[in-house]
Design a binder for this molecule. Sequence first.
Ligand code: NAD
Length: 252
Amino acid sequence: MGDRTGKVVVVTGGASGVGAALVRRLADEGATVVAADVDEGGLAGLAAGSGADPVRLDVADADEWEEALASVVDRHGGLDAVCLNAGVMTRPRGVAMDDDPIDWMRRRYRQLVSVNIDGVVFGVLAALPHLEARGRGSIVVTASVAGLMAQPPDPTYAMSKHAVIGFVRSMGPALAARGVSINAVCPGGVDTPLVPPDYRAMARDFAPPEHIADAIIGVLDSDDTGGVWVAYAPEQPVWRYEFADCRHGPPG
Ligand code: NAD
């Protein structure tokens, strides 16, 4: 366990699942943790148990990002790291994965894109000046293995995770020049309320959210940037995913 005393970390989607596990871990290590979410009830419960600073933030709203981070810096004196972890699936929580995805795409596409893609881009843009002001900083995006392979039960979710992986890989050099790292962590199945109930019921190798939180913290502390890291169940190592180099023609 590291000592993060004096470090200020913002975690989005901090009220539940992976985000809540991250908030607890980072707070246990002495960090000042800001748990940001739209679920104010969930935030209140978490804050009481962890000492985190709860902030209502809709990650899909660029103005809310600017205001929230300015207020974090006012209250806590700076910003050292951001975990861009909030996410939704195309179907709302509680709807079975075997339910036809097409109708949910029609109803929820804009919301999915605004949380899973805008929420990451707006978060990076809002955090950057504050991280630069510290002289260094780290950003980790919670993507998914659905961003590395096809996921036919939820094509638009897979699309959104492919998008943020492309963004992270491409932003690495630009942010490195400013002293800020950015990486993505791609969990496999994680035992959280996001997972449709039929999937959750048959899951055997889902990771506990604490394992993914540890993987994210490991990447947050690493010297990597523009990297994509895969985290399945605790028995497997967290590994850096390598993409084929197709700049000059077919790989190999
Ligand atoms: P979760 O549903 O338990 O937590 C997600 C949190 O995001 C919730 O607290 C929710 O209120 C919050 N959120 C939703 N919309 C928001 C918004 N507009 N602004 C701020 N917060 C918002 O899910 P989880 O499994 O902990 O998911 C965390 C991340 O992990 C997501 O990005 C998800 O895509 C990713 N992921 C999850 C799994 C899995 O199997 N659970 C697998 C791979 C990747």
